[in-house]
Design a protein around this ligand. Structure first.
Ligand code: KG4
Ligand code: ZN
Length: 333
């Protein structure tokens, strides 16, 4: 049995899976305290992880009917993410592993999102193109095998796709995080009412959403309060269409460039209905994990742990976490 912990952002997560990838428990405790600030506050996330992690781990073990001393491996997200949040899961995992001298597997969060596709009952086998689109990251990768050495094909140059949804939602007066609410509002709107940019002139496989958000801001100013109130659904639908098209355009390019016809999608934005429908029409064989495996969770971290080098006790005790972007710096040093 493998126990995994994930605390890179604001969800406190623990899961138990078998080495074959069968999920025995997958506990996700969403903090639900950041909405009033319009975003995740790292210090607050960290404190909540500290309060929740013990119970979440216990719940995951109980549900799986597993005991700490029986575990073959403990896995944990090492980065990228909010350092103060990562530290709670990382220190907890080290302590739990050290108690019974269990080996530890440090996992890269993005490898985790990709490895959600490797879980039972229907593991999606490489090679494939992976699109990960969440509030914190947006990237395309060529996945040749199960390991962490995926090839980064493109990533966002500014906002993540989920961030674009959240910022648009905020401009339209919806709460945080606003992706799902924006999708609901858009259902009654005309997606062709407004022409928002998809950064299609940006060559290659990188994404950019900053211009889109600014375009919505200017359009809202131009229309004025009364007209915006009347056309909120049209604005939401057109804005959503621009994000979906921006993602789909790069996915098409990535499939062409790699010659692959298999696509896996992950991250919170993968819950978006119009995106799922749009990608489903590309003609590729597509893997869309269930929403709880697309958003941050620990089962995906346990899944990735099966394919990374593990560290025996006590080698992991002086290992540290890394923040967003830090791994690249470390590699260059
Ligand atoms: O993967 P996730 O749970 O956490 C991060 O690692 O960020 O993704 C959360 C993001 C948020 O930006 C949220 O607005 C977005 O996913 N999201 C959606 C939908 N559900 C969640 N965006 C569009 N449509 C949805 N239905
Ligand atoms: Zn994530």
């Amino acid at each position: 049995m493998i126990l995994a912990l994930e605390t890179s952002c604001d969800d406190t997560c623990a899961a138990v899976i078998t080495p074959e990838g069968a999920i025995h428990s997958n506990v996700i405790s969403s903090q639900g305290v950041h909405d009033r600030y319009g975003g995740v506050v790292p210090e607050i996330a960290s404190r909540h992880h500290l309060e929740l992690i013990g119970e979440v781990v216990q719940d995951a073990l109980n549900t799986a009917d597993a005991k700490l001393e029986q575990l073959d491996l403990i896995a944990v997200t090492r980065g990228p993410g909010l350092v103060a949040a990562l530290l709670v899961g990382f220190a907890t995992a080290k302590a739990l592993a050290a108690a019974h001298e269990t080996p530890l597997a440090p996992v890269d969060h993005l490898h985790g999102h990709i490895a959600a596709s490797f879980l039972a009952p229907e593991p999606f086998e490489p090679p494939f193109v992976s699109l990960v689109a969440s509030g914190g990251h947006t990237l395309l990768a060529k996945v040749r095998d199960h390991g962490p050495g995926y090839e980064l094909l493109g990533q966002t140059l500014d906002d993540a796709a989920g961030e674009a949804f959240d910022k648009g939602a905020r401009l339209l007066g919806l709460g945080y995080p606003g992706g799902a609410a924006l999708e609901r509002l858009a259902r009654d709107g005309d997606s062709e009412a407004f022409d928002f940019p998809t950064a299609s002139s940006l060559k290659g496989l990188d994404f950019s959403f900053a211009g889109l958000k600014t375009a919505l801001l200017y359009r809202i100013r131009e229309l004025g309060e009364a007209e915006v109130a009347r056309r909120r659904a049209d604005l939401a639908a057109s804005y959503q269409r621009a994000i979906v098209e921006a993602l789909a355009l790069r996915v098409v390019r990535a499939l062409e460039q790699t010659g692959l016809d298999r696509l896996a999608v992950g991250g919170g934005v993968a819950a978006n209905g119009p995106l799922r429908e749009r990608l489903g029409r590309l003609g590729a064989t597509i893997d869309l994990p269930s929403p709880e495996l697309c958003t941050d969770n620990a089962a995906m971290i346990a899944s990735a742990a099966r394919y990374v080098p593990t560290l025996p006790y006590p080698e992991y005790l002086d290992l540290d976490v890394y923040a967003t972007g830090e791994r690249a710096l470390e590699a260059a040093a």
